[in-house]
Design a protein around this ligand. Structure first.
Ligand SMILES: NC(=O)c1ccc[n+]([C@@H]2O[C@H](COP(=O)([O-])OP(=O)(O)OC[C@H]3O[C@@H](n4cnc5c(N)ncnc54)[C@H](O)[C@@H]3O)[C@@H](O)[C@H]2O)c1
Length: 262
C-alpha cells in the first residue's frame, strides 16, 4: 500500500493478541492492508480479515502460545511484530462487588485480570519475543491505557451513581496496565542488543457508542474534546512496527488527545 520505505511492512509477519476485539480487528485489518501476514491469537473464535490467520490461543497458557508459534513459524517464519493487545477490563463473570468500593474489590477478579493483562503479556513476550531475539530482530508493542499511567477519573462515572447504581471504576485494570510500562522498560534493555525493540502504546478511551452522560463528561475532560476513534490507534502501531521507529525502544507512545497533558 505504501511505497515509503520508512513505513514499509510488506511481507513481514505480525502476531496480534486479542485480535478479534474492537481494536485488535483494526490492527489486523490495517496490517494486512499494508502487506503483513497477520496471526490473530484469541481465546474466542471468530472471523479474521482476509489474509490473516486465526489461532485459538489463551495468552495465559504458555503451551498454547508455543503451539501456535511453532505452526506459524513453519509456514511464515519468525514474527517481526508482536502486539500484546489482549486484555480484560472486568472478567466476563464479574460479581457485583467488582464495581463496588475498593475495600471489597474481589480477589478473584484481581487474579483474573492480572493473569490475562500481565502474565499473558509476559508469556507472549517470553515465547514470541524469545523467538524474535534468536532471529536478531523484532518489535513488541505492549498496549496500555491512560488508566495505567494515571488514576481513573471516578467523576466520569458520577452519572451512574446519580441514577442509583454503585459504580467505582475497578482497580485491577489500572494496576495491570501500569505493570506493562515497566515490563516494557525491562525488556527494552534486556533485548536492546538482540535487536528486539519493546515499547508501550498508551491509549485513551475509545469511542464505542457509550451513554450520552459519559460522553459529555469525557469530552469535557479531554483537551481534544472527543474520544479516540479505534482507527486512530493504527498509525502508532504501524510506526512502532516499521523502520521509522528503528531507534525507539523502552518508550511510551501516548495516543490520548491530550488527556495526560492537563
Ligand atoms: N477500549 C478502550 O477504551 C481502551 C482504552 C485504552 C486501552 N485499551 C486497550 O486496548 C486493548 C484492546 O481493547 P479492546 O477495547 O479492543 O478490547 P476488547 O474487549 O474488544 O478485545 C479484547 C480481546 O482480547 C481477547 N482476550 C481476552 N482474554 C484473552 C486471553 N486470555 N487470551 C487471548 N485473548 C484474550 C478477547 O477475546 C477479545 O477479542 C486492551 O489492551 C485494552 O486495555 C482499550
Amino acid at each position: 500500500m505504501t511505497t515509503d520505505p520508512l513505513f514499509d511492512l510488506l511481507g513481514r509477519v505480525a502476531v496480534v493478541t486479542g485480535g478479534l476485539g474492537q481494536l485488535g480487528m483494526v490492527y489486523a485489518e490495517g496490517l494486512v492492508e499494508r502487506g503483513m501476514r497477520v496471526a490473530v491469537f484469541d481465546v474466542e473464535r471468530g472471523d479474521v480479515p482476509e489474509g490473516a490467520r486465526s489461532f485459538h490461543v489463551d495468552v495465559t497458557d504458555r503451551v498454547a502460545i508455543e503451539g501456535a508459534l511453532a505452526e506459524l513459524e513453519a509456514d511464515w517464519g519468525t514474527p517481526h511484530l508482536l502486539v500484546n493487545n489482549a486484555a480484560l477490563d472486568s472478567p466476563p463473570d464479574a460479581p457485583a462487588e467488582e464495581v463496588g468500593p475498593f475495600e471489597t474489590y474481589p480477589e478473584s477478579s484481581f487474579d483474573e485480570v492480572m493473569d490475562v493483562n500481565v502474565k499473558g503479556v509476559v508469556l507472549c513476550c517470553q515465547v514470541v519475543g524469545g523467538a524474535m531475539a534468536r532471529e536478531g530482530r523484532g518489535s513488541i508493542v505492549n498496549v496500555s491505557s491512560v488508566y495505567g499511567m494515571l488514576s481513573p477519573v471516578q467523576d466520569l462515572y458520577a452519572f451512574r451513581r446519580e441514577r442509583g447504581e454503585t459504580f467505582v471504576k475497578p482497580v485491577a485494570y489500572s494496576v495491570s496496565k501500569s505493570a506493562l510500562l515497566n515490563l516494557t522498560r525491562y525488556l527494552a534493555t534486556y533485548w536492546a542488543q538482540a535487536g528486539v525493540r519493546v515499547n508501550t502504546l498508551t491509549l485513551a478511551g475509545i469511542w464505542n457508542d457509550q451513554p450520552a452522560a459519559f460522553l459529555e463528561a469525557y469530552e469535557a475532560r479531554v483537551p481534544m474534546g472527543r474520544m479516540l476513534h479505534a482507527e486512530e490507534a493504527l498509525g502508532a502501531v504501524v510506526f512502532l512496527a516499521s523502520d521509522a521507529s528503528s531507534y525507539v525502544t523502552g518508550s511510551n507512545l501516548v495516543v490520548d488527545g491530550g488527556w495526560s497533558a492537563w
